[in-house]
Each structure stands twice: as structure tokens, then as C-alpha cells.
Design a protein around this ligand. Structure first.
Ligand code: CU
Length: 78
């Protein structure tokens, strides 16, 4: 998963579970912060930094960048 052009790419990911990793390709810092606060937030990611989250249960997990709240994404675990 990329963070590029002030967007999560792809914005929606479908997966059977496991680990998902985001890499910030922008010069600006971004976060990956889930609505479900039980999933740890990335904190600020500088350019080139990565963040991984592991999903163990099925469901849809919405997230956003807290610095730029118009940046949103979803991970669906089937
Ligand atoms: Cu951002």
C-alpha cells in the first residue's frame, strides 16, 4: 500500500487477513489512524517510512490521516 499524492493507494483493500504495510511516498508527513482505536496508529510517517498493521478478525477497518482528514481508506478482511 502506498501513500502518494495525498491519497491512500489503493483507497480500499480487500484481504484474507494478515499484515498490511503502508509506505509514505509523499514529501509531506501522513498518518494511518484507524477509527477502531484498539489498532495502534502509525504516528507521523515521514517520506520513505513504513507502517504495518496486522488484522486477525474479519470486518471492515476504516482509517484516515489525522493530519489531512480528507485522506481516508478502508481495509476489508474477509
Ligand atoms: Cu496526510
Amino acid at each position: 500500500m502506498l501513500i502518494s499524492g495525498f491519497a491512500f493507494v489503493p483507497a480500499e483493500l480487500s484481504t484474507s487477513g494478515g499484515r498490511v504495510t503502508w509506505t509514505n511516498k509523499d514529501d509531506a508527513p501522513h498518518t494511518v489512524t484507524f477509527d477502531d482505536a484498539s489498532i495502534a496508529s502509525s504516528g507521523n510517517l515521514a517520506k520513505g517510512q513504513t507502517f504495518s498493521a496486522t488484522f486477525s478478525g474479519t470486518g471492515t477497518y476504516a482509517y484516515k490521516c489525522t493530519i489531512h482528514p480528507s485522506m481516508t481508506g478502508k481495509v476489508t478482511v474477509k
